[in-house]
Ligand binder design. Structure first.
Ligand SMILES: NC(=O)c1ccc[n+]([C@@H]2O[C@H](COP(=O)([O-])OP(=O)(O)OC[C@H]3O[C@@H](n4cnc5c(N)ncnc54)[C@H](O)[C@@H]3O)[C@@H](O)[C@H]2O)c1
Ligand SMILES: [Zn+2]
Length: 385
């Protein structure tokens, strides 16, 4: 169980007698604290601040200045923002830029941005000079709720989401909710999908809290976001501590993701082909995925009517989409799910909710194979009209 005291949570992680536990710090305006911590407990001789084009303009300068004031050497490396750029080629470019600028084994990385930056910067940290330390400074609701903790790093390939990556834990995570103030309305909402996922898979009270307390005005309330981030990290942390390498119960965190990733990938393809003006965000795709998988669980007799209806109510309440876009081909979705990392013998594996706050444990297997016909029917039932 992660220990929480005031604005600090300790995630305890050990593998083969190696302790890679780390602290998650919660607060506002944390850049001076990050600089002070790195001054007293250095992770490297110099720091590569890896970020994206949007976050660079907003926050990279002030983080670099805070480090400079503490006498620390840092340089900013930036990607073009957006999921379509989450690939290995951009990572290779950054690796080269870092080498050109004298970064080597004694350097460390600061991942400053949303989930895309966190996944890419974490991946670069895992491969640069065979691995250098990094810290996460997440700046979106999604990254503060989910992607910055747990040590999953990855990039996409043309064959699917997150197909290249590594488990590589950060040395520390700084959740600075003051950075959320500049988020677009859409990105606030997208981040709530993984938050609702955490309520649905492990904490009924947190789910009910969101239903009762969330409204659009909360955007301006840092105390609300601190509370949300702490609850998310507690729920996810508990699972990651038990199963850091996803051999069992950690699969629960993939709730909605087999369908979600398929819908997200198709949406990115349609955007690249000019068929769509925009693409679904990860959070939006996960929201749709959770509804379809809720439907699968309902059709198998596990999830009661009222829990499926409450899930839909909360997703809609925060403004997330709950239906598969009408121009997405059902068979295309099915085909992508069958290429999922966990699919076998023509069937994809799913984690299924049995009620608000609880997943089916399938006798300790945590996941179950679901026949394509059942998945097909669920997608059809949850398509846009
Ligand atoms: N590693 C994991 O465990 C894990 C878990 C969940 C999601 N993910 C990954 O996270 C990614 C989605 O993350 P995301 O939703 O944060 O997307 P993102 O990183 O693309 O951020 C969304 C948008 O917000 C902008 N932005 C970021 N911070 C901002 C700020 N403070 N103010 C204004 N704009 C800001 C970004 O530039 C971007 O345009 C997906 O690639 C998904 O696969 C990973
Ligand atoms: Zn996710």
């Amino acid at each position: 169980m992660p220990t929480i005291e005031d604005n600090k949570m300790r995630l305890s992680l050990k593998r083969d007698a190696v302790d890679y536990s780390y602290d998650i710090i919660f607060g506002e305006y944390l850049f001076p604290q990050i600089a002070d911590d790195l001054l007293h407990n250095p992770l490297g001789k110099k720091y590569a601040i890896i970020t994206d084009s949007n976050v660079e303009k907003l926050y990279a300068g002030s983080l670099k200045d805070a480090l400079a004031r503490a006498g620390l050497s840092a340089m900013v490396f930036s990607f073009e923002a957006g999921e379509p750029n989450k690939d290995i080629y951009f990572c290779a470019d950054k690796v080269d830029e870092m080498s050109q600028n004298g970064f080597g084994r004694d350097a460390a990385i600061i991942a400053l941005g949303g989930g895309v930056v966190g996944d890419m910067a974490g991946f670069i940290a895992s491969i640069f000079n065979r691995g250098i330390p990094y810290i996460q400074v997440p700046t979106t609701v999604l990254a503060q709720a989910d992607s910055s903790i747990g040590g999953k790093t990855a990039v996409n390939t043309r064959y699917g989401k997150n197909l290249i990556g590594a488990f590589y834990h950060p040395k520390k995570v700084y959740i600075d909710v003051s950075t959320l103030k500049t988020l677009s309305d859409r990105d606030y909402i997208c981040g709530l999908a993984e938050t609702i996922k955490h309520g649905m898979l492990g904490d009924k009270d947190f789910f009910d809290f969101l239903l009762k307390n969330y409204d659009a005005d909360k955007k301006k309330d840092p105390a609300f976001w601190l509370n949300i981030a702490k609850n998310n990290c507690r729920i996810k942390g508990q699972i990651v501590e038990i199963d850091p390498d996803e051999k069992g119960i950690r699969a629960y965190l993939n709730y909605g993701h087999t369908i979600g990733h398929a819908v997200e990938q198709l949406s990115l393809d349609m955007f690249a082909n000019g068929k769509h003006k925009n693409f679904l965000s990860h959070g939006e795709a996960v929201s749709i995925g959770m509804m379809v998988v809720g439907e699968i669980s309902w059709s198998l007799g596990y999830l009661p009517d009222e829990d499926l209806a409450t899930l839909e109510k909360l997703l809609k309440h925060v403004g997330l989409p709950v239906r598969v876009p009408s121009d997405m081909d059902v068979e295309d979705i099915i085909q992508i799910t069958l290429k999922d990392k966990k699919a076998r013998d023509g069937m994809a594996r799913y984690v299924l909710p049995i009620k608000k706050g609880k997943m089916h444990d399938f006798g300790g297997a945590y996941t179950t194979y679901v026949a394509p016909q059942i998945v097909r029917e669920a997608i059809k039932a949850r398509r846009e009209f």
